[in-house]
Design a protein around this ligand. Structure first.
Ligand code: COI
Length: 359
């Protein structure tokens, strides 16, 4: 397919209001004028793609998504370059990931062609919403859910796919400042054989109690340990983690099946190797990690994801102690990787790996 029928509906937000929002977009609070939509049915497969005015969806209370959470989503960004052109970062990775998520949640796979076409359709309709300047972007949120009305437990025969867009600045309200991370004593985000590798709403729902615990402990984020042994670090509520060692190693937890395979995570492994660091995927034992932090063998930690980009972690907090990482500030390696990644995304640094796609 690969084509989306454009909307002839007028914009819902005035240009003055849009300019006001774009001056300080925050994260995830404002939505654009349009959205892309495609419906799948068991009998017909995927229907025609269409661009619709952004607005409410009408679903019956019996829609399966409300009962069995058969839902998946993606996150990627459109970046405006200095010459006004608009680009996105490694979208084919998100296409493959949504296909993997779809298989795990028994949802229909959307082709890479249709996925890319849906992003293009929204960005071309909402082009004035792609912010200019600073580290702002238009965050794109493709998502797919079971919209058939029934109460038995089975995969739905009607599924809707949408892409909405939201202008974005910093994910964290304090900006790019070292995070305090709470290490959840009991809760795990995902278990072996479960859905941890898929980008489905359920994984994020199961992180919310931990986020609540974190807020009570005065922390910005929560870190989950693996559900089986409760001894190795997995990821944060919606971000992957890296640990930087004094000897040049830079380690992120291995993709065990319960960790989201982040596009930013994978890009950092490449950028770190380019810089002569020693990146690897390995298990990171929490007790060993805190001992390494205390002994100065771990100098930096950071969180990474599409929304979070790369954000330093200054402190870990658990039920027994607080661990300050390095001097508690923003580490040199962390910030250099951040500068390079965002440099590529915004067209300031040569795209030597061919990661950008023009929208
Ligand atoms: C993203 O980084 O794009 C996500 O989907 C995670 C969420 C914390 C916004």
């Amino acid at each position: 397919m690969g084509e989306y029928r454009a909307s002839s509906a007028p914009r819902r937000i005035s240009s003055e209001e849009r300019e006001r929002i774009l001056r300080d977009p925050g994260f995830g609070d404002n939505f654009t004028d349009y959205m892309a939509h495609q419906r799948w049915t068991e009998t017909e497969g995927w229907g025609e793609g269409e661009v619709l005015p952004y607005g409410t969806l009408s679903l019956e209370p019996a829609a399966a998504v409300f009962h069995y959470a058969q839902e998946i989503f993606e996150g990627l960004k459109a970046f405006r370059h200095a010459d006004g052109s608009v680009w996105t970062f490694r979208p084919e990775k998100n296409a493959v990931r949504i296909q993997n998520s779809a298989r795990r949640l028994a949802l229909p796979e959307i082709s890479t062609e249709d996925f890319l076409a849906s992003l293009r359709a929204v960005v071309s309709a909402d082009e004035p919403w792609v912010p200019t300047g600073g580290e702002t972007s238009l965050y794109l949120r493709p998502f797919m859910f079971a919209s058939e009305n029934f109460l038995g437990v089975r995969a739905a025969h009607t599924v809707d796919y949408y892409v909405i867009a939201s202008p974005a600045g910093n994910y964290f309200p304090r900006g790019v400042q070292p995070l305090v991370v709470w290490v959840s004593p009991l809760a795990a985000r995902a278990g072996r054989g479960g859905t941890g590798f898929a980008k489905c709403g359920g994984n994020y729902a199961s992180s919310l109690q931990g986020k609540y615990e974190a807020a009570k402990a005065g922390a910005d984020e929560v870190m989950f340990l693996d559900s089986e042994t409760h001894s190795n670090i997995d990821e944060l509520s919606g971000m992957n983690i890296f640990v930087v060692y004094a000897d040049g190693r830079i380690v992120t937890p291995t993709l065990t099946g319960s960790i989201l395979p982040g596009v930013t995570r994978e890009s950092i492994l490449t950028l770190a190797a380019d810089r002569g660091l020693r990146p690897s995927e390995d298990s990171v034992n929490y007790e060993a990690l805190t001992a390494d932090i205390a002994a100065g063998r771990v100098t930096e930690m950071f969180a990474c994801g599409t929304a979070a980009v790369i954000n330093p972690i200054g402190e870990l907090r658990d039920e027994k102690a607080t661990w300050t990482i390095g001097n508690g500030g923003s580490g040199e390696v962390t910030m250099a990787l951040r500068e390079e990644l965002t440099g590529i995304q915004y067209g300031r640094v040569e795209d030597r790996h061919g990661w950008l796609t023009r929208l």
